[in-house]
Design a protein around this ligand. Structure first.
Ligand code: PMP
Length: 622
């Protein structure tokens, strides 16, 4: 029941401007209508009736309602139900062109006493009163006033809200009630741009290579937990966004940011306890000797810094990276990201970047049936290390996501990172774990992805989920590497580690812990895997189902022998799921891996819904 909150907020807003009556708008999509009464289907993402067809006038219960026009009572009823419209009266008005109706909802029950259909009501006559929440359906006291051209025989059961897909039809039947009320136009905020207008202005003023998800773009205006809401009030299940780690708009994180932003936000050249406390808490989550933090604003910056640290620690330049890897958008990181420099618009790897096969046991040269796959993939790393030494250069470092995400939601074979790290370290290089996608409990079995491989990196790079969407990123390293970096040149990031960011980061760590999100991710992930795996038996298209916790991938192939990537099919699946209200993406070098990586509150029921809908879409494809 949102009434007490809504009522208090409305009252505050009215008090601030000294308004006696608050106005709720016509043709406005609202997120309030959440009960089954407003749903148009069983699915949690089914369209709901969200578009308001009347104008609301918020005033205290008992406020009299006077007829704006001469009329007769056409219908009345007490639609008593939670979130219903309570006592309703409909008046009919005759004009030379025919009749039309005005509808009054959420009235007090006394308004219906002794009322009869056909009774004449004169213009200006007091004929009703605003009801209390006890009788008006549980709403903040208000009058719902609606103009209706044709009652469609529905009488007092005529709907006050419509589904977005039928918006134009219902608006034609129910014109703007302000035609009767005459509230000055300047009392209304300017209309929001339509989705089409948003798209046009974006295309005009933002770079074109900033892509837009889905064939039919989505305009999202609200987030809550694992749910996103579009401008029409439609709800989507977010099964893709790992940034909103503890859930979109988690109140604890929002409050922490808001509180600190109202007290102080400045740089880290002053002493402040939050940055220290956050660094301490973060280091507590990491194994020894990872105990020195550097804070920046994005994972790209963090990887860039990790690269500098690796070079400072080794005095070398050359880096080893996995095929199809992505580590960030800066110049050096495009060089270090085969996914970019080997893709469209790219110009290949520079001479300091050495690419090794990604340890993909589904598609790569060594497969799952080979117990030595991990060692064999690691041998490629050792070979690059040797070749560099033979050229007298030596390796600065090896960088890998602990489970490559852009690479296609890859789970390394056992022993891979341990052997790769050993080869790099034996040659004096350092090992960087990019935990931007896998960190903070997402993989379920462990808090960090690298722990699944039983290794301890020299540098850990954190981003995306770290601040639940607040721009924050970090490099955590060893005292030895940090000391080597401390060569006289100052390290400073204006925004990095500011008190607001640290407040956000601390809140995220606290929520993960208190809500047991890592164990939750493991439980829900196991259930989703168990639901998806049998799809592989029914549909030849489903080549592989893999992942850990809430970091999952479904690889689609046209042929199980050649593993021909089913990229168009993957795109079809993702776009169809979007139509069903489930947001997912594709990844992998061939864009044929459907990636499931939701906010961590994603639960069992969401997982079951995802699996069932996935199956429906696969049936269409079959
Ligand atoms: N590393 C990995 C593994 C990533 O997935 C990303 C972003 N997709 C980055 C680094 C770069 O992060 P950002 O866009 O926050 O700079």
């Amino acid at each position: 029941n949102a009434e007490p909150y809504l009522g208090a907020r409305l009252q505050r807003a009215m008090d601030e401007v000294g308004a006696r009556v608050g106005v709720g708008r016509y043709d406005e999509a609202r997120y309030l209508y959440a009960t089954p009464m407003f749903a148009t289907g069983q699915a949690p993402t089914a369209e709901a009736r969200t578009v308001h067809l009347g104008i609301d006038l918020f005033a205290p219960p008992g406020t009299p309602v006077h007829a704006p026009l001469d009329g007769t009572v056409a219908a009345f009823a007490d639609n008593a139900a939670p979130q219903g419209c309570g006592p309703v009266i409909v008046l009919a008005h005759r004009t030379t062109a025919g009749s039309f109706f005005t509808l009054y909802g959420h009235l007090g029950r006394e308004s219906l006493e002794g009322l009869e259909v056909g009774r004449r009501i004169a213009r200006g006559e007091r004929f009703a009163w605003i009801g209390t929440p006890e009788v008006n359906g549980g709403w903040t006291p208000h009058l719902h006033f609606q103009v209706v051209a044709d009652l469609l025989g529905l009488g007092a059961a005529f709907p006050g809200v419509a589904s977005p897909s039928q918006r134009e039809l219902w608006k034609a039947l129910c014109p703007d009630p302000n035609l009767v009320l005459g509230i000055p136009a300047d009392r209304f905020p300017p209309p929001e741009p339509s989705k089409a207008e948003t798209l046009t202005s974006r295309t005009a003023c933002l770079g074109r290579n900033l892509s837009i998800a889905y064939r039919e773009p989505v305009k999202i205006v609200r987030g809550w937990k694992q749910w996103l809401f579009d401008e029409q009030g439609r709800r989507y299940l977010d099964a893709y966004n790992n940034v909103a780690h503890v859930g979109h708009c988690h109140p604890r994180v929002v409050a922490a940011i808001r509180r600190q932003a109202g007290v102080l936000n400045t740089n880290t050249r002053y002493l402040h306890d939050l940055v220290n406390r956050y660094a301490e808490r973060l280091c507590l989550k990491l194994p020894e000797p990872l105990s020195v933090c550097f804070f920046v604003n994005s994972a790209s910056e963090a990887n860039e810094l990790a690269l500098r640290l690796a070079r400072a620690a080794t005095g070398r330049r050359d880096m080893i990276v996995l095929e199809a890897a992505y580590h960030g958008h800066t110049t050096s990181l495009i060089d270090l990201s085969p996914y970019k420099h080997d893709g469209p618009g790219g110009s290949g790897a520079p001479d300091w970047v050495h690419t090794v096969p990604i340890a993909d046991t589904y598609r790569g040269p060594y497969r799952r049936d080979d117990p030595l796959a991990g060692a064999r993939y690691a041998a490629h790393v050792a070979a690059v290390v040797r070749a560099l030494e033979e050229r007298g250069r030596g390796v600065a470092g090896f960088i890998a996501e602990s489970m490559p995400s852009v690479g296609g939601q890859i789970v390394f074979p056992p022993g891979y990172l341990a052997a790769a790290y050993a080869a790099v370290r034996a040659a004096g290089g350092v090992c960087i774990a990019d935990e931007v996608q896998t960190g903070f409990g997402r993989v379920g079995t462990h808090f960090w992805g690298f722990e699944t491989q039983d290794v301890v990196p020299d540098l850990v790079v954190l981003g995306k989920p770290i601040g639940n969407g607040h721009p924050l990123a970090a490099v955590v390293t060893t005292p030895r590497i940090a000391a080597a970096f401390d060569n006289g040149m100052e390290f400073f990031s204006t925004f990095g580690g500011n008190p607001v960011s640290c407040a956000a980061g601390l809140a995220v760590l606290a929520v993960i812990e208190e809500q047991g999100l890592q164990a939750h991710a493991l439980r829900v992930g196991e259930r989703v895997l168990a639901g998806l795996r049998p799809l592989g038996e029914r549909f030849p298209l489903v080549g592989d189902v893999r992942g850990s916790g809430l970091f999952l991938g479904v690889e689609l192939v046209r042929d199980r022998t050649t593993l021909e990537p089913a990229d168009e099919e993957a795109s079809y699946v993702v776009n169809r799921l979007r139509q069903h209200g489930i947001l997912l993406g594709t990844d992998g070098p061939f864009h044929n891996v459907v990636k499931i990586r939701p906010p961590m509150p994603f639960d069992e029921a969401n997982g079951d819904f995802l699996v069932a809908t996935f199956e429906t879409v696969l049936e269409e494809l079959a």
